[in-house]
Design a protein around this ligand. Structure first.
Ligand code: SF4
Ligand code: SF4
Length: 302
């Protein structure tokens, strides 16, 4: 089961919810920090990042000696990233999406590809046996989506490593485990392409918001994306008790269930500021997150 934890705006407690949900979910959890521009879940989960891989897109490289300047590559490129001007051919790397269409249509085999490194993927286990992975985008790169796409693809193997780890530790074998395998994706903030890519292929979207006009505004945007993608969603209200009842009224009207409320408490803010997760700071919330997970599982099954 793949759960995305998202919020329309930064600072709502999205990573707080994602990390505590992961820590309450048992042995077979994959955690992916998809906020590749500013990943921070590792600060709370402290994984041992022992595997690294460079990622990016395949940029076309034209061999002028083979090129007949027929213009087919420029015609097929919907991003205008390659142009043929008289006897000159130009590639604009900042516009290229690495789709490979130009290479495919070139009958002269004049186009080869080179990896344009945009960032790295890092992965490793946490002390609790969780399989953790994150993407880190290079400073100044314009596109986060290719890194998130590679991060999502990089994960499936990890389950075997996680299962072996659990066996080695003398805990339950995967086959004996009562729950399904769970993947939790911590989404980037906002409501643009990186969020959409993080949500693609998910079974459930958990939307973290706060009961303020800003929280409501941004919640509506991510609800819109979840609906476009046809993925069921539920809401966690963080800092419950501040603001007003507008989020509650909106959720009731839109038919979106509020699955958990986390009150505004100074001790939570202090713990999180010092690098602790919510369930470490307030162990009584572990049961609430386990109930939340059961609720999500039932909704996905339904
Ligand atoms: S399709 Fe190939 S031969 Fe034609 S212009 Fe492009 S690179 Fe040159
Ligand atoms: S790889 Fe795709 S986006 Fe890039 S230049 Fe070729 S056709 Fe255009």
């Amino acid at each position: 089961m793949r759960i995305v934890v998202a919020s329309g705006k930064g600072g709502t407690g999205k990573t707080t919810v994602a990390t505590s949900l992961a820590l309450s979910a048992g042995d077979f959890v994959r955690f992916m920090d998809c906020d590749v521009e500013a990943p921070n879940a590792a600060l709370f989960l402290n994984p041992k990042l022992d595997t690294r891989k460079e990622v990016g897109i395949q940029l076309p490289v034209v061999d002028e000696a083979l090129c007949t300047h027929c213009g087919k590559c420029a015609e097929v490129c919907e991003f205008h990233a390659i142009a043929v001007i008289g006897k000159k051919i130009l590639v604009f790397p900042e516009l290229c999406h690495g789709c490979g269409s130009c290479t495919l249509v070139c009958h002269e085999k004049a186009i080869s590809e080179r990896l344009d490194v945009m960032g790295v993927l890092e992965r490793g286990p946490t002390a609790t046996g969780m399989d953790f992975a994150q993407g880190v985008m290079n400073v100044g790169e314009p596109m986060a989506v290719p890194i998130i796409r590679e991060l999502k693809k990089w994960n499936p193997m990890s389950l075997r490593a996680s299962a072996k780890q659990s066996y080695a530790d003398g805990r339950l074998l995967r086959e004996d485990h009562p729950r399904n395998d769970i993947e939790i994706r911590d989404a980037p903030p906002g409501a643009s392409c990186p969020v959409v890519e993080t949500m693609r292929g998910a079974d459930f979207i958990l939307l973290v918001t706060e009961p303020t006009p800003f929280g409501l505004h941004d919640l509506k945007q991510v609800v819109g994306i979840a609906r476009e993608l046809g993925i069921p969603a539920g809401v966690v209200v963080n800092r419950d008790g501040i603001g007003d009842n507008a989020v509650e009224a909106y959720c009731a009207e839109a038919g979106i269930p509020i699955l958990l409320r986390i009150p505004m408490e100074r001790r939570f803010a202090e713990a999180i500021a010092s690098g602790k997760t919510l369930v470490d700071a307030a162990p009584e919330y572990r049961a609430a997150f386990q109930t939340l997970l059961q609720d999500i599982t039932a909704r996905v099954a339904a």
